[in-house]
Design a protein around this ligand. Structure first.
Ligand code: DGL
Length: 282
């Protein structure tokens, strides 16, 4: 069983891509609806909440947990992977994967293990714009990791205040469009007339409004789709770590929430029309 953790419903965009890519794999999803959104919380809180979610999924039998949330990944992944996990009772083959690494790999066309500029990417002068929550953007993780590999890339970051929460609340396109238009216009203004070559939608809620980003971005701009990127990356990872595969087990998808399942089921269908029902955990 592989666990997928998110602050709320956004990680369903990732889970859906994983279920479609790995039809024989079991997945358990945990949305921390009792504490969503994470994007405006203090870093210490995000680390503590993410650790609690990961522990819960480990306890449920998930040896591998994917943080299907940029905020949790940007703020907590490194600390949990490097400081907490090795000193925990889970240091026996359990692992945590974030979603920043595969996104940086896709944006820079450079493997994560390569942390210095290498030909031909060292001469890459792309303009890349990153959109995310307040906490993800303030973490600086995307510019830090992209510049290590592609120091000549020009990065623009834009906080999309309130957008993840508005999507989580199930607002319609007409009311979400002004959030996206405002964020895109602010990012484009910082680019002084340059067209971004690539855009990273650095929040797992944002694939739901990718069409609105598409509408406001220049047509030449490539939008990186995190659900597909994470599915590609997991396929590669499981090829090298087959112990995490449950290909012979019944392919169940279990959805759990720290909030009220009844309140969430209907909104979840906006993220994934065929989504199985949620169950509440205490
Ligand atoms: N979906 C989460 C992300 O990818 C953030 C939503 C939140 O603020 O909780 O960053």
């Amino acid at each position: 069983m592989i666990g997928v953790f998110d602050s709320g419903l956004g990680g369903l965009t990732v889970l859906r891509a994983l279920v479609e890519r790995f039809p024989k794999q079991g997945f358990t999803y945990l949305g921390d609806h009792a504490n969503v959104p994470y994007g405006n919380r203090e870093s210490d809180e995000v680390v503590a909440l993410t650790r609690t979610g990961v522990e819960y999924l480990f306890d449920r039998g998930c040896a591998l947990v994917i943080l299907g949330c940029n905020t949790a990944t940007a703020v907590a992944a490194r600390q949990l992977q490097q400081s907490w996990l090795p000193n925990s009772k889970w240091n026996n083959g359990h692992n945590i994967l974030g979603i920043v690494a595969p996104t940086v790999e896709a944006a820079t066309q450079t493997p994560w293990a390569v942390t210095a500029p290498q030909y031909p990417q060292k001469n890459n002068t792309d303009d890349i714009a990153v959109f995310g929550t307040t906490r993800t953007i303030q973490s600086g993780v995307y510019p830090e990791e992209i510049r290590k590999r592609c120091p000549k890339v020009r990065l623009t970051e834009q906080i999309c205040a309130g957008l993840a929460g508005a999507i989580e609340d199930g607002r319609d396109d007409a009311s979400l469009d002004p959030f996206v238009e405002d964020a895109v216009n602010k990012a484009l203004a910082k680019l002084n007339g340059n067209t971004p070559d690539q855009v990273i939608l650095g929040c797992t809620h944002f694939p739901l409004v990718e069409h609105l980003f598409r509408k406001h971005l220049p047509t030449e701009t490539r939008i990186l789709s995190q659900p597909k990127i994470v599915a590609d990356s997991l396929e590669d990872y499981l090829g090298r770590h087959s112990a995490y595969c449950s290909a012979d087990a019944p392919s169940t998808t279990v959805l759990l929430t720290t909030g009220s399942a009844a309140a969430i089921d209907q909104r979840a269908r906006v993220f994934w029309p065929e989504v199985p029902p949620f169950a509440s955990v205490g």
